[in-house]
Design a protein around this ligand. Structure first.
Ligand SMILES: [Zn+2]
Length: 401
């Protein structure tokens, strides 16, 4: 649809979530107002973009018409944090953890071994399967990190494979210290900021590090992020997943687009985030899958911090690719309202990637749309585990029909 200059009218939208601040008129509460809801709405798509948004009654004519019969339509989900290029299976580790064994960052090394041993074709096939899975669940933009190679050649291979499916590629050489450098972490950091960064920067938009006890210290993370920034990469950081690490303050200081996890934050960290344009990205699939305490989204939002929700999809600590699932947990366990959770999984994810063309439905935005099998966005949290994604358009193209 919408190719060759043809226009498509999507009509019969019972409730349209635009995330457009200029339409923040409907809804009593601030969280709902920020969704920019339009009841009984329609929109027109042409050449991959939204070209008209408004009430059904004033919709213009178009070449084609799709009637969604009263369904809610929301922007495609923006998943700003995934680790999708990997091989292997860690279901036994998950099972052991659910039987009482503690989670530690070192389990990543098992995936590193399997990923190093996999062929390009195996990794590419697995990745294609995950991309299809994301689309089926309404995710139309996603970031992918490297970090399961941890040698110059294997990290380069992972960022290169990721560029085949997304423009949002993150070099995460500082994911975990590989076994061969266990005795000299600083020597590994030297490699990451030197030859490995040289090899990966041309394929990457972002630099990231895992700033956590058992992974990299604040000073080691700073070296990595500053080296990436000096090469023109945007900064993001894993911090505060397993304990307070000082990583959030580092992320704010370096002007990071996002600091991710944020379960353990001091009051000072929260204040720093609230006064910055660094997004706090919460990954409740990780706490769900590791039985760790959930982050307190209420505390962050009430302090004025911008919050994103992402899947953290990875084989060790969060093997879900479903943002509807994350929305349901965020509402039940993180103290978010349904409107806040939906905003954070769409517009919030876009902010975390510093994107203004996605996560919103307004004139000029990319036509990334999800039709729900439901009359309202609230059903995403109200009906947990139910597949409510009915149709998905990305750039105006119908991916899930
Ligand atoms: Zn992660």
């Amino acid at each position: 649809m919408s190719v060759g200059g043809r226009s498509t009218l999507i009509s019969g939208i019972g409730q349209l979530v635009t995330n457009d601040p200029d339409r923040a008129g409907i809804g009593e509460e601030a969280d709902v107002r920020s969704l920019g809801l339009i009841p009984d709405a329609a929109l027109v798509v042409m050449d991959g973009e939204v070209v008209w948004v408004g009430s059904s009654g004033s919709a213009p004519a178009a070449d084609d018409v799709v009637d969604v019969d009263g369904s809610a339509v929301i922007p495609g989900f923006v998943d700003s944090h995934t680790h999708l290029v990997f091989a292997g299976d860690r279901s036994a580790e998950f099972e052991a953890r659910m039987c009482g064994q503690a989670y530690a960052a070192g389990g990543i090394r098992a995936t590193v071994r399997a990923t190093r041993a996999a062929t390009d074709a195996e990794l590419r096939d697995r990745l294609a399967g995950f991309v299809a899975e994301l689309h089926r669940q309404g995710t139309t933009s996603f970031e992918i990190k490297s970090g399961y190679g941890l040698t110059v050649a294997s990290e380069r291979r992972l960022v290169e494979l990721a560029t085949e499916v997304t423009g949002e590629v993150t070099f995460l050489g500082a994911h975990v210290v590989p076994e061969e450098f266990a005795a000299d972490v600083d020597a590994y950091v030297d490699l990451v900021v030197g030859e490995m960064l040289d090899a990966c920067a041309p394929y990457s938009r972002w630099i990231d590090a895992f700033c956590e006890s058992g992974a990299f210290s604040v000073e080691q993370s700073r070296r990595v992020l500053e080296a990436g920034a000096a090469r023109g990469l945007g900064v993001r950081l894993h911090a505060g997943q397993l304990g307070p690490s000082g990583g959030a303050a580092l992320a704010v200081e370096l002007g990071a687009a996002s600091v991710d996890h944020c379960t353990f934050l001091t009051d000072t960290d929260v204040e720093l985030l609230a006064n910055s344009d660094t997004v706090a990205t919460l990954l409740p699939g990780a706490e769900f899958s590791t039985r760790q305490p959930y982050p307190d989204a209420r505390r962050l939002i009430d302090a004025g911090v911008t919050v994103a929700l992402s899947s953290d999809c990875n084989p060790g600590s969060s093997f879900t690719s479903s943002l509807p699932f994350c929305i349901a947990i965020a509402v039940r366990e993180l103290g978010m309202t349904p409107a806040e959770a939906v905003w954070s999984a769409t517009a919030g994810g876009a902010r975390a990637l510093r994107r203004s063309d996605v996560g919103t439905i307004r004139v000029g935005a990319r036509a990334d749309l999800v039709q729900l099998d439901a009359p309202s966005f609230v059903h995403l949290a109200y009906r947990p585990g139910v597949p409510l994604v009915r149709r998905v358009w990305k750039g105006g193209r119908l991916l899930v029909a």
